[in-house]
Design a protein around this ligand. Structure first.
Ligand code: SIN
Length: 283
């Protein structure tokens, strides 16, 4: 089979055809996949039949797998694999039932957020449960010059404590133990991609983060404006899952967001891995 590459939308995503990931992939093919992925920020393989061990092996083609999420959602026997699912076994959830339903980039509250995430669809609902992606390089490039000048070289303070009421409005307030375990994490608001050098907005989500050195009354509306600009339709792509899809996204240059589905009627089972991150640096 020969590799061919097909854009999924004007700014986001490329589908790689002609690759069966059950088998070894030649280094020159991996290099071509990597180049296309870096350009498109999201890479799709359809019709793959992957065991959890295959998924970890495929992850290793692109980087070092990284374990950082909640142990209760790990796949038994495969610490690198996070289970996202509404399914239960013996009355207990087998994974995290609701993946991020707000725009975010994985692990931005860590000093070294994962560079990439891979999500493999084992079972998907007939409707709903799509994932939206948005390209932060394209969004940054489209910002007016005056806004770019205002944000270049700035740091945004990512705070899990601040994000709790936005992302989990039904959970109780942050405890003292959580507050102690979740230090604020300043990140570049504009991130130079370590592999391409391209500048990307790093402003994820729905939380009006504080920009260091800016008064709150200035930074909250600025961050909110950047967040809504970043996910405008022209920078975005919606992935409608089929079982057997494997999607890899670049956390350094995309935002993503899961959507709802009927969790009572339908089953969704996804396996996710992440790849160790690299030092963020300023644009
Ligand atoms: C994620 O946010 O990592 C997963 C997205 C999804 O479940 O669609």
């Amino acid at each position: 089979m020969t590799l061919s590459l097909h854009p999924l939308s004007p700014h986001v995503g490329v589908e790689a055809r002609g690759v069966d990931l059950r088998h070894a992939v030649l280094p020159e093919i991996v290099a071509e996949l990597r180049r296309s992925w870096l350009d498109a920020t999201v890479l799709l393989f359809r019709d793959q039949v992957l065991t959890p061990a295959d998924l970890v092996r495929v992850t290793r083609l692109f980087g070092e797998p990284f374990v950082y999420t909640r142990a209760e959602n790990e796949l038994p026997g495969h610490r690198e694999v996070l289970v996202l699912s509404n399914l239960t076994e013996n009355g207990r959830p087998i994974g995290s039932p609701a993946s991020g339903r707000y725009w975010h980039t994985d692990g931005h509250f860590l000093r070294l957020p994962p560079a990439a995430s891979l999500l493999y669809a084992v079972e998907v609902p007939p409707t709903g449960g799509d994932t939206h992606f948005a390209n932060m390089v394209a969004a940054y490039a489209a910002l007016p010059e005056a806004v770019r000048a205002r944000i270049d070289g700035r740091r945004v303070v990512i705070s899990r404590v601040q994000s709790r009421p936005y992302n989990y409005p039904n959970k109780p307030p942050v405890t003292d133990a959580e507050r102690a375990a979740w230090p604020d994490m300043p990140q570049p608001l504009v991130r130079a991609h370590p592999e391409t050098g391209r500048r990307a907005l790093y402003v994820g989500g729905n939380v009006p983060w504080r920009v260091e050195g800016m008064p709150d009354e200035e930074s909250a509306p600025l961050v909110t404006e950047l967040q809504s600009f970043a996910v405008r339709g022209e920078f975005a792509y919606t992935h409608r899952w089929r079982a057997g899809d494997l999607v890899m996204w670049d956390n350094r240059s995309t935002l993503h967001r899961a959507t709802v589905y009927d969790q009572v009627k339908h089953r969704r089972l996804m396996h996710r891995t992440t790849i160790v991150g690299d030092e963020p640096f300023f644009a």
